[in-house]
Design a protein around this ligand. Structure first.
Ligand code: NIG
Ligand code: FE
Length: 413
């Protein structure tokens, strides 16, 4: 541990720290029991055992953590949080036996949310989205991703991304914005998927990049959405504009999207219920994260699980996210998702926590700044009144962070 002298903005003592840093501490959570941590200018300046605390450190403020657990802020690396409308009638239809694909092919599904979102003003869209963001924050989320994709024309895609940007200004959270113009084919392009993809690549993407409204580009690669060749066209345009890519892949069938995405150095491939052995191999030879979305698996009553054992055996980082959206994963608790990942997919509680911290940070390209409690990282932290770090995945019994730190600033959500 490095020696520190001088001042810091805040010193937190008497905490157990789940660093999630594989090179720190003990156990699966990188635990430091009876630890202390110094924060300065929004960054982690020092952490270690309380007895190793530099004697000459002069904190401007101190906080007694009272034996609680300090964790990295949680990161939700896949959401469709900004949308309008409601899809509960589809839930009823699916319970009566209609499939998600049937509903989509009959003009419902994503398109029903597109209609509602197109009709909304920017302000209405922000107000409808606000409670969902606040719910995520209550759960300890300090960074999240928001995708567009319920506009499918330039005007509405811009409106969604501007709403995400405005929410980021109103809350202390970090929001990474992703353009998902290739979510589904809008009705005005019926039968003309190639033409729509041209519009995405030549008109929408450049305008969104020009306004700096997205850092990544996503595609829904699926038999009810876009094929591999469409996906590759979008990836090429994204790359030419300096944007990273990611993919909704192998959710309902094996479209071999993962192999394509890894060839474009994707940040992540997401869903993966139908991932093949070749897909696993492609991930193994890449830096792409496998993001699992158990909320959608649960809500669609899917029975094919993503190949977790193979991903684990191959050492592929597995992130977890809410996939928060009105049609397939209407859930605003990342902790519920952690619990589902353990009960439905067989992750361990420490894998689940890694999935919403260290691996989620990598899925957003933020691994050098976030996802671990580590010297030099952003001081995005959560303090929990719990007995063990496994509690975050194990029990949903009302515990919320007693404090959440956003770039070192404490707040009660
Ligand atoms: O991640 N798979 C595509 N997109 C979303 C669902 C969107 C919707 O049905 O509104 C998902 O599950
Ligand atoms: Fe999604």
């Amino acid at each position: 541990m490095t020696k520190v002298t001088g001042t810091c903005d805040l010193l937190i003592t008497h905490v157990h720290i789940a660093t999630m840093d594989p090179s720190m501490g003990t156990g699966h959570y990188g635990e430091l029991l009876e630890g202390a941590i110094a924060i300065d200018q929004g960054l982690i300046q020092w952490l270690g055992a309380a007895e190793a605390l530099p004697a000459n450190l002069q904190p401007k403020a101190t906080l007694d953590g009272q034996g609680q657990w300090l964790m990295p802020g949680l990161i939700d690396c896949h959401t469709h949080l900004v949308y309008a409308g409601d899809r509960s009638t589809e839930f009823e239809q699916r319970l009566q036996g209609k499939s998600y694909s049937d509903i989509a092919q009959q003009g419902g599904g994503i398109l029903s949310t597109v209609n509602a979102t197109r009709r909304c003003s920017l302000d209405q869209l922000i107000e409808q989205s606000r409670p969902r963001l606040e719910a995520l924050l209550c759960d300890g989320v300090t960074t999240l991703e928001i995708k567009s994709g319920y506009g499918l024309n330039l005007e509405t895609e811009l409106k969604i991304l501007r709403a995400a940007k405005e929410l980021e200004l109103q809350y202390p959270v970090r929001i990474e914005k992703t353009f998902l113009g290739a979510h589904t084919l809008p009705p005005e392009f019926s039968g003309q998927a190639d033409r729509y993809i041209e519009v995405v690549c030549e008109e929408m993407l450049p305008a969104i990049a020009e306004e700096g409204l997205a850092t990544a580009v996503d595609v829904f690669c699926e038999n009810i959405a876009f094929n591999l060749s469409h996906t590759e066209k979008v990836f090429q345009s994204a790359r030419s504009l300096g944007l990273r890519v990611k993919l909704h892949a192998e959710q309902l069938s094996d479209s071999r999207g993962t192999q394509l995405a890894t060839a474009y150095d994707a940040l992540s491939v997401d869903h993966l219920e139908y991932l093949s052995n070749e897909g696993v191999k492609a991930l193994e030879n890449s830096t792409t994260v496998a993001t699992l979305l158990p909320g959608a698996f649960y809500f669609l009553q899917e029975t094919q699980r993503p190949p977790v054992e193979k991903l684990r055996a191959s050492g592929i980082p597995m992130a977890l996210a809410t996939d928060l959206n009105p049609g397939t994963s209407p859930f605003t608790s990342l902790r519920l998702i952690m619990n589902m990942a353990c009960t439905l997919f067989g992750l361990t509680p420490s894998e689940a926590l890694a999935g919403v911290t260290i691996h989620a940070a990598r899925a957003l390209g933020l691994q050098d700044q976030e996802g671990m409690i580590k010297k030099g990282h952003t001081a995005n932290l959560t303090l929990w009144p719990i007995q063990s770090p496994a509690s975050l995945a194990a029990s949903l019994t009302g515990e919320t962070p007693s404090l959440t730190f956003y770039r070192g600033e404490a707040r009660v959500n």
